[in-house]
Design a protein around this ligand. Structure first.
Ligand code: HEC
Ligand code: HEC
Length: 309
């Protein structure tokens, strides 16, 4: 607030209080009475509907006192607390400071409440009901804006409830994705590839996912793919979780699987960012929200689980 507005607001506040007090004192003293009605009561002289007269009764004492007390309260408040322009008040109280203090207390009690829980390994937490309940809450507040309230994702934000993990499906990899964040770097090839080549390689990407596409287009695209794309997405298109290069054979897309969407990805590149929760949520909360994410993983059937051993 600039100096001008500070004085302007402060002066307005005080002048209004002064005017109110003056108004009450002056009207309290002024004699308006001009007559009497039939019952001998004082009236102000205003008469409506021939016989409805306004009586001239003084304002009740208690009401006036209440008014004066509230004025004194207001003045004392303006001295003690911020309220008069930029003046901070003699107590030095501020709402943001109070909020921060309350947050510190809330944080500490959260930490003490869930510390024991968060000390358990993620594998057990993922089936601990309390951890999942708290984690679901944390997810709703901190993750659902991007990944959706049901964690099924949206265009540009991966689905966290399926078996397709860009950055790896182990507990450690998922923890890393959330705690330390991820930054994907798919370069754009719009400058290196002609429009036709982009369409060819996009067609091949669709073939990798099992779509029935134009064979000659796909064969031409495969050549480009082997040269450029296989370095990151792998020779068979299975992806590379170390780079966050998705598996292109699954038919599961973050950015969409239509020919146009794939062409767009190839031409412009993609740079998805998963924000690190280390400094945002801290370790205890991140652990609980990770437990919730792990609990969403579809149960692998035994064969699949065994083949992973
Ligand atoms: C600002 C948006 C945003 C927020 C908020 C966000 N994420 Fe993400 N998250 C992303 C994006 C984008 C990716 C994909 C990064 C990429 O392109 O590889 C991602 C990836 C992930 C992955 C890895 C998925 C995979 O397939 O490997 C996990 C797990 C994840 N997020 C969990 C969370 C959790 C838990 C939270 C809340 C604490 C959260 N995210 C909050 C945008 C967000
Ligand atoms: C330098 C490594 C790298 C190269 C080379 C590369 N990609 Fe990618 N690609 C990535 C990464 C990383 C992502 C994930 C981007 C993200 O999540 O934001 C990605 C994403 C994609 C996607 C989006 C998948 C989805 O889930 O929507 C497609 C399609 C794709 N790449 C195709 C290609 C093709 C075709 C080529 C060759 C022309 C290619 N990529 C070359 C690393 C690479």
């Amino acid at each position: 607030m600039s100096a001008f507005w500070h004085w302007y607001v402060a002066a307005l506040t005080l002048v209004f209080i002064a005017i109110m007090v003056w108004l009450f004192i002056s009207t309290g003293k002024a004699k308006v009475s001009t007559g009497q009605n039939e019952a001998g009561e004082e009236t102000t002289g205003h008469v409506w509907d021939e016989d409805l007269a306004e009586l001239n009764n003084p304002m009740p004492r208690w009401w006036l006192w209440l008014f004066y007390i509230s004025v004194i309260f207001a003045l004392a408040y303006l001295v003690l607390y911020p309220g008069l322009g930029r003046f901070d008040g003699t107590l030095g109280w501020s709402s943001s400071e109070q909020y921060e203090q309350e947050m510190v207390v809330a944080n500490e009690s959260f930490e003490t409440r869930f510390q024991a829980l968060a000390n358990e390994p993620l594998e057990t937490l993922a089936s601990n009901e309390e951890a999942i309940r708290v984690g679901r809450n944390l997810f709703a507040h901190n993750c659902s804006t991007c990944h959706g309230s049901d964690a099924r994702g949206a265009k540009g934000y991966p689905n966290l409830t399926d078996n397709h993990w860009i950055w790896g499906d182990s507990t450690d990899q998922i923890w890393h994705s959330i705690y330390l964040g991820r930054q994907a770097a798919m370069p754009g090839f719009g400058a290196a590839l002609s429009d036709q080549d982009v369409t060819r390689v996009a067609t091949y990407v669709q073939q990798l996912a099992g779509l029935d596409v134009d064979q000659t287009m796909a064969a031409a695209g495969k050549k480009q793919y082997d040269m450029i794309c296989s370095a990151c997405h792998g020779p068979q298109g299975l992806g590379n979780p170390m780079l966050g290069a998705p598996n292109l054979t699954a038919g599961v897309y973050t950015y969409g699987g239509s020919l146009d969407e794939i062409r767009h990805t190839i031409r412009e590149g993609r740079n998805g960012v998963m924000p690190a929760q280390k400094d945002l949520l801290g370790e205890t909360r991140t652990k609980l929200v990770t437990a919730y994410i792990l609990s969403l993983r579809p149960k692998l059937d035994t064969d699949e689980a065994l083949s992973r051993e």
